[in-house]
Design a binder for this molecule. Sequence first.
Ligand code: FUB
Length: 469
Amino acid sequence: MRSPALRRTRLAALLALTLVPAALVPPAEAAPTTIALGRASFESVNYPGRFVRHQDWLGRIDPVTSSSSAQLKQDASFTVVPGLASPSCYSFQAVNGQFLRHRDYRVRLETNDGSAAFRGDATFCAETGSVSGSVSFTSYNFPQRRLRHRDSALWIDTYQDTALFRADSSFQLRSPWAPKTNTNPVIPGLFADPHITYLDGRYYLYPTTDGYASWSSPSYTAWSSTDRVTWTSHGVVLDLGPDVSWADNSAWAPAVVAKNGKYYMYFSGGAASGDTAKHLGVAVADSPAGPFRDALGKPLVRAGTYSGQAIDPMVFTDKDGQSYLYWGNGTAWVVPLNADMTSFDPAKVKNITPSGFREASFVFERQGTYYFMWSENDTRDENYQVAYATSTSPLGPWTKRGVVLSKRLDLGIKGTGHHSVVQAPGTDTWYVAYHRFAVPAGNGTNREVAIDRMTFRTDGTIVPIEPTL
Ligand code: FUB
């Protein structure tokens, strides 16, 4: 789902496309296509050896060879990420964290301000290019215009059905001149609040889609992996506007759990009516890769029923099969879920707020000890961090043990929080997924997902986690 304003913009642009003279209609052989996410370079079709690059924050095509400087190779390398305005299209993130966008039809490199205008201007939809294997990019918000080079400068120009225009607007995806060397981020693009879990023989990641002002993204994606390193996108698995009658924005911080042969996603969403309250809902699917559908047709926890925001749900299932729902911002709540996983007894809701608690509860059990973890400070603050407590019961009482994950300024890593934990099956090896300000150009609404090891001392306490690039 897109915001109503964006949908209107896209609709108007599409209508404009259908109304333009025949000469502007793309040729029959141009068809929507897909390209791989991840680091790539883009070579001109009609100027082989020239690659898309940025120089002085403007897009160009220029020669790049193996003997080019490291800086030029970086300038000619981009990470293909899900489109900031639509995950079925693409955005191109430079090594410095900024995005290619058009402004006044000129292609430039700028920092994502989260606005709908920026996201639209920085999103391009892929179509087959003029020669085999090549690709063209239409502007998301001006679909009659395509990314093309003219006098070596990159523009979005109105489509012309000529051989020259088709060649100027076609590119071959090549191996990146500057390959990714870091382990993190593990998925390309701006995502936050990762919920990692192991289901049906695969690791799954369910994040918040980030890069939106006020975290207003409307939809959730799912990703899966066998090795926690290479992740496959399953696309949008829940789209609040069309899929949930009572919410159409602020798709924040999901958590997924398997039970009763089904998969339950707990999520929060802003009211479709436009009020700013966030409610907490539950959706259900037959596969961990979705699609998920609203299970109740109404919130599971309505905003205002309990103190703090009704956000950041998490479900822990104990060894006896009992599942517990945790949630909250400012106040940490827990309640045993009924067997249907979509209801609970309000009389059993318990306040378990520890000192320093802000949000993002996460509970797991290891060797008879229950670990309750949470995030402290504001997600826009570089001091956003993870702390934990332990107990002999999933309901507490809890003993606070301290902070285990925080910024690492020597590596430029800031705002490490809203994490989740997964155990490699059959081992005592544990991993933590968390978000951080995107390195290097991120902030509290431009975040990315990292995974690192989490280890325990012999007394069961957690060794401070080393955030890595
Ligand atoms: O991503 C939106 C919100 O930011 C989450 O719900 C909070 O935990 C914080 O990460």
